[in-house]
Design a protein around this ligand. Sequence first.
Ligand SMILES: [Zn+2]
Length: 449
Amino acid sequence: MFFTIKMFLTVKKFLKVWRRREIAMSETIVQLGKGIIMLENNYDANLTCIELDDNLVFIDTGRNYDLALKFRIDMEKRFNKKASHLLITHYHFDHYGGIEAFKDTEIVAAESGYNQFLTDINFYLTKEKREKYVEMWKKQAKESNQEVPISRQIHWEYFPKANLISPTIIVKDKFEFGDNNRKIAFEVTGGHSKCSAIVHLPLDNLIHVGDNLATNPERGKDGFPGYPMQFYRYGLNEKTISVLKQIEKLNIDTVIPGHGQVVSLKEVSNTVEYFDDLFREMKLMFRENIEPDSSILEERLVEFYNKSITNWVETIRQQYKTIVQEQTINEIEEKKRQMLEFISNKDLEKVLKFYTEDFELFLPNGFVIKGVGNYRNNFPSFDDIIEHSICAEQYYFLDNSVVENSKYKSILKNGKDLLNYEKTFIYFWKKQGKSWVISKDITVSESVY
Ligand SMILES: [Zn+2]
């Protein structure tokens, strides 16, 4: 760990920049080519209108219904055509809050995240609950006596007002439409969120990447072209960078980000390069067992300092946490791959090394097997496994363990018949020395068919 006076001063400098004030809210109409108009919407998502031969296609709505409706009506007048589609780049409120302005059009969104979206709008994010959330946030802000950033003030204003409706076209991978002059491809890529999609207009050399990229006015426009949105709040995942790398291979002149000014492909490449380098350093730090709390004191991170990242210290710390989590998941995935191999080889003793001594197996009937010794005697038979796999749905990071929600599937030979075995379970992973081991297996359900 390096903690020199010099380093301390540098950290102080970061903190000073962190507290920089923000600029005023504004909306700007930007023409991006013949029949492509963007409403650059500071502190909110960009709205985009694309003209087809017979109708208009919109991308994202921002949070403000009135503004979305006004933009739609203005564009309908300007082109003398009606809106036919709204494409939603992902299920985040700043991108669909104004959805009601398009209730009479086809609304296109990803299949991934769709069920959660329906649950949200019918249960977690009903109007009544949204009002309560905002009340709570305002109260918390008042109590902590902290200045509320404009972007949050805007969120609080529109979050409780919106009437939320469901998309009408649910896309698994790709939805393509258009006419002779213009092709539009809505492609679910993931990245910023699992439900993230990009909108590619190949004949226009233009792409909308949603929040896989954002140039946020709060962070200043000087210095660096753009950062993927979640870099600021949650830490950026590698998937987002791989989506941007895919874009680098396309013939593109203009890239529309989820937020902020449009950028060139070159600027996207610069962003990719920055994060590639940053992630490389952070992965090295992970291998050296550097804790997230001391990550920011690493001198090697100073070269990544950029004055346009206002929250540099917190942002970098959060980013390192994300890298640590991603690398941990990689390690655990590798452990499971090895374990499946030992199971295939019917090597029970090696398989049992993946469990703690005090391992507990909870079965759906309420039965509990305690201790790895007892587990050895009760281990399911390895005989005749034709193939098997484990697929993690989700990982959760707790203080001293990682919780995995997963599914195991196998095909077993039973005499002349083949049987399918499926088990849904929750693993509790614990770090023992340098290696991850399972301390609890909660079997939620299992079936043979
Ligand atoms: Zn957004």
